[in-house]
Design a protein. Structure first.
Length: 72
């Protein structure tokens, strides 16, 4: 049994905090291009990226994604 990352919820957290992707890029030092890839599910955040971003959007790391549970 294991969890796997589902859809990214970063866009929701950005809106909740009245932030743009560029705002987050400016605060974290990540590129807006990288932030866009996360928001659009083109790439997954590493644990370190999740930790950093979660601080700025004021949520838990695990709240940045939907999580799928598989018992296979």
């Amino acid at each position: 049994m294991a969890f796997s990352q589902g859809r990214c919820l970063l866009e929701f957290h950005l809106k909740k905090n009245h932030m743009t992707q560029q705002d987050l890029a400016n605060k974290t030092g990540y590129t807006r291009h990288a932030i866009s890839h996360y928001v659009n599910n083109r790439s997954f955040m590493s644990p370190a990226v999740m930790r950093t971003i979660s601080k700025f959007v004021r949520c838990r790391m695990e709240d940045l994604y939907e999580w799928d549970w598989s018992d296979h």
